[in-house]
Design a protein around this ligand. Structure first.
Ligand code: MN
Length: 249
């Protein structure tokens, strides 16, 4: 059985003169449970650096079978043509540009792309969509989708869209329970994307998939944060299996 090589896009700690470790240096990092979740499915994750000659994106990525985009900082509103409504919602435009280049490369190469939380939002923006900069401000009536104290222990129900892959993966279910650690969300859907699932109470988009030939999938929740033994939550294995199977094709 082939072990799929998974390109994992990095999170950034930009150069910070106040940081006691690696003072003034840029750090590229990933969160451990994401690495372990990919490995549980039999995929081998590799953190992808920013481009440095003599490497080009084409050379750097030719051996990889698929791309996973992690969560983390906000997408910068300027990346989808808006000004930040508050300075603290300015996000990370440098990471946006790095990840959009990765998404476009993999989609053009016909290789699968999977996004988690920010990753779903980034895929949407890379394909021409837009975001709510802040759910509470711009989607009145929505329930709480992020709470600093509860963090990944905040949960809500989602409903599967008809004709979704989720509906086929879980034929006995109409939806499930997921964690929620986001304050941005999809506003306008990007090109060749459909909604897979939405939040049951307020209809916030919680999962998307691509309709084109390249496998594209995104979830607003964090499957990697889930306790695999938690029977109350929507199982994450079919999602990961779907992505990794596509990577092996
Ligand atoms: Mn949510």
């Amino acid at each position: 059985v082939k072990t799929p090589k998974i390109a994992l896009s990095a999170c950034f700690f930009h150069a910070d003169p106040e940081r006691p470790l690696f003072k003034g240096k840029t750090l590229l990092y990933c969160e451990e449970s994401m690495l372990h979740w990919i490995m549980c499915g039999g995929g081998l994750p590799y953190l992808i650096p920013t481009i440095k000659p003599p490497f080009t994106l084409d050379i750097l990525l030719e051996d990889f079978d698929g791309l996973i985009l992690q969560g983390g900082s906000d997408v910068c509103p300027r990346t989808y043509g808006e000004e930040p409504l508050r300075p603290e919602w300015s996000g990370d435009a440098i990471r946006d540009a790095y990840e959009i280049a990765l998404v476009k490369h993999f989609v053009a190469a016909g290789k699968p792309v999977f996004g988690v939380c920010r990753g779903l939002q980034l895929i949407n923006v890379a394909l021409g969509g837009t975001l709510y900069q802040d759910i509470r401000l711009q989607h009145p009536g929505a329930h709480v989708h992020r709470d600093w104290n509860d963090y990944d222990q905040l949960f809500h129900d989602i409903t599967f869209a008809p004709n979704s892959q989720l509906k086929r993966q879980f034929p006995q279910l109409d939806g499930g329970r997921v964690n929620s650690v986001h304050h941005q969300a999809i506003k306008d859907l990007g090109k060749d994307l459909i909604v897979e699932a939405y939040s049951a109470n307020d209809k916030i988009t919680e999962a998307i998939s691509g309709t084109g030939t390249t496998y594209i999938y995104g979830v607003q929740w964090h499957p990697e944060f889930q306790d695999p033994l938690d029977q109350m939550l929507l199982p994450t294995t079919p999602l990961l299996r779907g992505f990794l199977d596509a990577c092996c094709k």
